[in-house]
Design a binder for this molecule. Structure first.
Ligand code: CP3
Length: 370
């Protein structure tokens, strides 16, 4: 792996010749897609837009193909991954696809006993608490996720000029599920381990950084044109603890793809106080939730990074005029930014009307057409 460029270096580096010649960034299919150009802070014909959790329960066609298939089973079926990933691209006209999977898929793939319980989220059979638990984690190989990578390759062919975003859970968010055993409001067990047994904590996060980084690298080599590292729950930490207990590990995860020259996005919820530190993990684009307006977020992140965000997903129920006004406000906040990828401030809520999502895509495209 080559040296990581200086953290604040301009993100204009072209894709690497380490990518296969048939990769969509190398053969030119996605190299001038608005999402890719924006991440590199280059001019675009319109602001690119996609939605976190666009592939999922808000779409009737998703609920139909998922009938009778458990969530994690569907994540290991190539045909379902391809179909579910394409559904929102067809229906919504978004500028990127995010492949259908879940952050716990690579953990399941290396043999951790866990399930995704409907309405709850990931649940781990034997939660991680000790150094012996850390030893249960191993490196992720291509064979572990073969059906997933087959889907990524098929999708990168199906999608033509629309970039496929690969993703992984960041070490902190993965650790929070492993340590708590499931979703948690206060993250008390996670923080107990972090503050009370820092050696175990750092060993755990180091291993998770490799699993996450390996998963990102596999997806890029299989055809993904961008990646997003989700640190959904890291907003529960103050900045000083973030820097000490999390940042080195998220940085290591992203280093796994640094030499590939693929755009990298890093996102968390409630991370207003962490934005400048999250920027230092090495992504090109910092994702912002709905709590901090984009102009203020950009002041915190600085001029060398594009931003992604940040319409409140709950505002999509407010009726067409209110939705349009709030979309325009996000675009106004983003005026003059080094780069802006329009998204929600967190994932699409399951009861969202897909027609409203479509209207947001159209409005962003019309308003920002240059
Ligand atoms: O469109 C996309 O964004 C791609 C698919 C995707 C899923 N999960 C599918 C999914 C992505 C990117 C994720 C990432 C993920 N998973 C994160 C990070 C993003 C975020 O929202 O913060 C997290 C924290 C998880 C863990 C997880 N998995 C949760 C909290 C849940 C929800 C539990 C529930 O049922 O409400 C899941 C399950 C899950 N992942 C679903 C989907 C479509 C719903 C399960 C179903 O459809 O049966």
């Amino acid at each position: 792996m080559t040296e990581q460029p200086e953290t604040h270096a301009p993100a204009t580096r072209p894709e690497s010749d380490l990518l296969p010649g048939t990769h969509p960034l190398r053969d030119g299919r996605t190299s001038s897609a608005p999402l890719v150009l924006t991440a590199r802070r280059q001019p675009v014909p319109h602001t690119p837009v996609w939605f976190m959790r666009q592939a999922g329960r808000s779409l009737p066609e998703y609920r139909k193909v998922r009938e009778g298939v458990a969530m994690l089973d569907s994540c290991f079926r190539t045909d379902l991954i391809v179909e579910i990933t394409l559904q929102p691209v067809r229906r919504l006209g978004v500028d990127a696809a995010i492949f259908f999977s879940d952050i716990v898929v690579p953990l399941k793939a290396i043999g951790i006993d866990l399930d995704i319980v409907p309405g709850v989220g990931p649940v781990v059979a034997e939660p991680f608490r000790t150094m012996a638990d850390v030893d249960r984690l191993r490196d992720l190989t291509d064979d572990d996720v073969a059906p997933v990578l087959a889907a990524v390759t098929a999708l990168s062919q199906e999608l033509g000029g629309t970039p496929l975003i690969g993703f992984a859970g960041a070490p902190f968010t993965l650790a929070s599920y492993l340590v708590e055993g499931g979703p948690s409001r206060d993250h008390a067990r996670t923080k107990s381990l972090m503050y009370g047994a820092p050696d175990v904590w750092h060993a755990l996060l180091e291993k998770l950084s490799h699993v996450a980084g390996q998963f990102l690298r596999q997806q890029v080599l299989a055809g993904a044109s961008a990646v997003q590292l989700f640190d959904s729950w890291v907003g529960v930490l103050p900045a000083r603890d973030y820097r000490e207990y999390v940042l080195p590990h998220s940085t290591r995860a992203l280093e796994h793809v640094a030499d590939l020259g693929v755009p990298k996005i890093h996102f968390g919820v409630g991370t207003g106080e962490l934005l400048a530190d999250m920027r230092d993990a090495g992504a090109d684009v910092v994702g912002v939730d709905f709590r901090v307006p984009l102009d203020e977020a950009s002041r915190r992140v600085g001029p060398l990074h594009a931003l992604q965000g940040n319409l409140d997903p709950a505002s999509l129920f407010a009726g067409p005029e209110a939705v349009a006004a709030r979309v325009r406000q996000v675009l106004a906040d983003a005026e003059g930014l080094p780069g802006h990828i329009f998204n929600l401030g967190h994932g699409v809520l399951p009861s969202t009307d897909p027609d409203v999502l479509r209207s947001v895509v159209d409005l962003v495209h019309e308003t920002t057409a240059r």
